[in-house]
Write a protein that binds this ligand. Sequence first.
Ligand code: PAF
Length: 289
Amino acid sequence: MNSTSNINELRTSLELLKKAGKTIGLVPTMGNLHDGHINLVKESLKKNDYTVVSIFVNPLQFNPNEDLETYPRTIEEDKEKLLACGCDFLFIPTTQEFYPETLYPHTQVKVPGLSDILCGLERPGHFEGVCTVVTKLLNIVHPDNAYFGLKDYQQYLIVKKMTKDLMIDTRIVGLEIVRDSDGLALSSRNGFLSDHELQKARQIYHSLQKTAKRIYLSEAKFQDLEKLAHQELLAAGLTPEYFVIRNSESLKSATPEDPNLIILVAATLGSVRLIDNIRISLADHEAIE
Ligand code: PAF
């Protein structure tokens, strides 16, 4: 595996490969790799001639009160995992190289509307940080395909819209959420939870599943189902930020006529913020996940 923090070095290697007609897959990450990330890497390896994984804890997407300093950094373990699955390139840019000090503030990329709801409400500026860093990565790597986990579903939709609107020639691929044996969605932030908190966190997936079932059975209005799940999360010791049923393409409030829905949740346990979702299709009456 070729590992570099140098933008020009990576560009030169990739340009040679592209001239030789090879396809490139990109998996952008912030490191602390778990099976969810490795799943993205494996898919990229399968579908492209070469795969680049980037590891960069992007300061621009953290608010001042968030966990930038304590975000888990496990570069040696990450390298071992990437070597083991046959990754071709590891790109670890430095903050100085990505955000050099300049006279005026750094340019930011914003996808209005979609970035201002749900997670964007609680984390103002977060998605501008994501879009800015993803644009940089796409401009450096010029991948044919870029892979994102669907746990961050809003992020996936925003990045997809951004590349379409900006006519960036990369296909954005979203892959299913990887869960532990109890259904908890894998996340780098799970490592901050005690055993007791992990137990509570499992309620998130239970509530998503129960709500999906209630929707299929048309048990109550969507708003009432959202309220019920909110109460369940509170009773389990979580602090829900949102629990909503939305149209899975627009993320607007869902109506019973919408064939494709998504149930999205964000909740905190102490200082740890967790998100998850389930997509359901009322057309064929089957959970997509
Ligand atoms: O999902 C993440 O890990 C990050 O938001 C990303 C896409 C790597 C951008 O920093």
